[in-house]
Design a protein around this ligand. Structure first.
Ligand code: GLC
Length: 653
């Protein structure tokens, strides 16, 4: 859009550009800058327009982008152009991701490189390497307390090794996802060290206060994220003689985005990793970016403006790079991280579907899909050019972040129901084989979340200990059922490393001082590659899970209706144990796939006429795309065995 003020500012900026930038032939950069500048200027103005140094900061912003564009390698620029042409590329059903810690997966980056065939064997073609940057030797919140944003932790590898890994990934058409921890730094970061030493420039990078007046005002409305290990949101720093805002752990200092220099630094870091070949950047803890006294300091409007600004700037330099929003917040808030009132994502193209994840765990514990159905029904439609990251487990705890209104709508009491779920997974409920434990328990509010590996939470650990074949079978079926949903729901399924071979809790974290008080480490495994080899041995747990997932992934990739174009219809049915939805190809309305899942321990029945009223006709010629078989029918009723899923079609896809 043309608008005089922003256009004249852009002219001034270009006139005063650093001569080294001026010499360069960067045509695409200028076209994109021209196209996005109105938006960039409006956002930058809204956030920082009141400052005396606004113009200098705007100049610095554009020069930062230009420098990173000049540095961007030609292959990456080529990919940018291709993705501009095929801008819905990431909505395809062909993508399947896995998140992993490089050291847990294969010791280090060269180790990871030597295992790339494993992803291909399984069908994974998007690898999220979790934090690997320099961080303190002891506690580092699993690498999320970064002390140098541009250096890889030497325990994990080097920049050269990452480049070699990425070359191999690209050859195999595997996408690389990297984290940028935008909300905070470690207190060992150079900026924090300088702030401690009294450098005013860097003190302004953080929220530092020399008395409790402001911190106390903030505390009135800010919740605690890690109430057991890091109560409160401020930490007294002896060297700085100040209180630092530390929303997460005491050693993670929150960055102050009301300072434009912080925004520009972090944009520079996002672009730096984009230039190292990241196809997708996961922006950590985005809900927390803006702090305001009197609020919870989460999901503030300015946090969204900052993300829009990151996106607009990144589109100028590296338009092929996508963002994932890690915003584990209430369902109505999560969806806003795509951006509101738009068709294309204005903020992040991808967001963690934390709502679905929590609802899936609810359905496993209750053996019914009542809340799952209600929760999905309440989820607003996402934007057209945006997609979910659907997952069952990740490196974090499971928060029961479903909406209280939904809980009430299905006739549960919110407090009692959540308590039941927590008891169920932490072993306090008699009739449960789950082996998780509570995380982040806050006695003041009664809130808690859940830690535990997928295998242990679905009862596999208990079943193996008891050597109980029936229970082993049930646990495996639950693992597959959960995956059948994230693979068919619409969005990118994100597997968690180790789950594909039924990895159980790892209690060894208790012996490590830096980890012992954070139970999330019980589900951040070191892969036992001997155990993983058993995936080739018919009948083993590893074989049963791995081969089934491998097949499910291969089948998903062939089903065009599983691409994510808001082409899901949730089907209301009487039987509370079943979840039923259909997926259809938006071009060919006929090619429906009905996803039918039974969460119960007993067989359940579904009246086929239910499927008939929704557009196409399900018939007696139904076929399960996963198994290739026709499902059992009895009196015009579909019979769904216990803990079983179907991907049904009658169109002969
Ligand atoms: C994100 C990470 C989590 C970390 C937190 C603070 O939520 O996933 O592991 O503790 O951010 O960085």
């Amino acid at each position: 859009m043309y608008e005089q003020v922003s256009h004249s500012l852009l002219n001034d900026i270009l006139l005063n550009l650093d001569p080294k930038i001026k010499q360069q032939n960067i045509r695409y950069f200028y076209t994109r800058l021209g196209a996005n500048f109105y938006a960039i200027h409006s956002l930058f103005e809204t956030l920082y327009g009141h400052r005396d140094d606004f113009k200098e900061q705007a100049q610095c912003l554009v020069e930062t982008m230009a420098k990173r564009y000049i540095e961007r390698d030609n292959d990456l620029k080529h990919t940018d152009l291709e993705r501009e042409k095929d801008h819905n590329w990431f909505l395809s059903q062909k993508w399947v991701g896995m998140a992993l810690y490089p050291d847990g997966f294969a010791h280090n980056l060269p180790g990871l490189k030597s295992k790339l065939h494993y992803f291909q064997e399984l069908g994974v073609n998007m690898v999220h390497i979790m934090p690997m940057l320099q961080c303190p030797q002891g506690e580092s919140d699993g690498g999320y307390a970064v002390s140098d944003f541009k250096h890889i932790d030497e325990r994990i590898g080097s920049m050269e090794e990452l480049a070699e890994l990425n070359t191999e990934l690209k050859k195999r058409e595997i996408l690389l996802v990297l984290d940028v921890v935008v909300n905070h730094t470690s207190n060992e970061h150079e900026w924090a060290q300088k702030a401690r030493a009294g450098d005013a420039k860097y003190q302004a990078y953080y929220y530092l206060f020399n008395n409790r007046e402001v911190p106390d005002m903030f505390e009135e409305t800010m919740p605690e994220i890690f109430p057991e290990t890091a109560p409160g949101n401020f930490t007294w720093d002896e060297d700085a003689q100040h209180w630092a805002m530390t929303v997460f752990n005491e050693y993670q200092w929150d960055l102050n985005y009301s300072n434009p220099a912080v925004f520009i630094e972090m944009l520079d870091i996002i672009l730096f990793w984009s230039n190292q070949g990241a196809d997708i950047v996961r922006l950590d803890a985005v809900a927390f970016l803006w702090k305001k006294i009197g609020s919870t300091c989460q999901n503030e409007r300015e946090a969204h403006l900052l993300l829009q600004l990151f996106k607009d700037c990144c589109q100028v330099v590296a338009p092929g790079v996508l963002f994932i929003a890690e915003a584990i917040v209430a369902p109505v808030e999560i969806i806003k991280y795509f951006g509101e009132d738009a068709i294309n994502a204005k903020e992040c193209e991808i967001a963690y579907n934390a709502t679905l994840m929590a609802l899936l765990w609810d359905a496993i514990a209750t053996k019914n899909a009542k809340l799952l159905y209600q929760g999905i029904k309440s989820l607003p439609d996402k934007l057209e050019r945006a997609t979910w990251l659907n997952y069952v487990r990740c490196h974090d705890d499971i928060g029961l972040g479903f909406d209280d209104n939904d809980i009430v709508a299905v006739n549960y009491q919110p407090y009692e129901h959540r308590k039941f779920i927590l008891d169920y997974y932490s072993g306090a409920y008699g009739d449960s084989d789950a082996r998780g434990c509570l995380f982040g328990h806050n006695p003041k509010t009664g809130d808690a979340r859940i830690s535990g590996s997928l295998g242990s939470l679905v009862g596999l650990e208990t079943a193996l200990e008891l050597n109980d074949e029936v229970k082993i079978d049930i646990s495996i079926k639950r693992i597959l059922l959960l995956h059948s949903l994230i693979l068919s729901f619409g969005g990118i399924p994100l597997l968690y490393y180790g789950d594909e071979v039924g990895t159980l809790n790892d209690p060894s974290y208790l012996e490590d001082e830096g980890k012992a008080d954070d139970s999330r480490w019980m589900h951040r495994p070191r892969i036992d590659w001997d155990k993983a080899e058993r995936r080739y041995q018919n009948g083993t747990v590893e074989y049963r899970i791995f081969t089934a997932l491998k097949k499910m992934i291969a089948v998903r990739k062939e089903i065009g209706s599983f691409a994510d174009f808001n082409n899901r219809r949730l089907i209301q049915i009487e039987n509370p144990h079943l979840l039923v939805f259909s997926r259809f190809d938006i071009q060919h309305h006929a090619s429906h796939v009905w996803v039918v899942v039974n969460f119960d321990a007993r067989p359940q029945y579904l009246d086929l006429s239910i499927l008939e009223i929704h557009g196409t006709h399900a018939s007696a010629h139904l076929k399960d795309l996963y198994s290739g078989d026709s499902p059992a029918l009895f009196n015009q009723q579909l019979v769904i065995p216990p803990y079983h899923f179907y991907w049904l079609t009658n169109s002969g896809l």
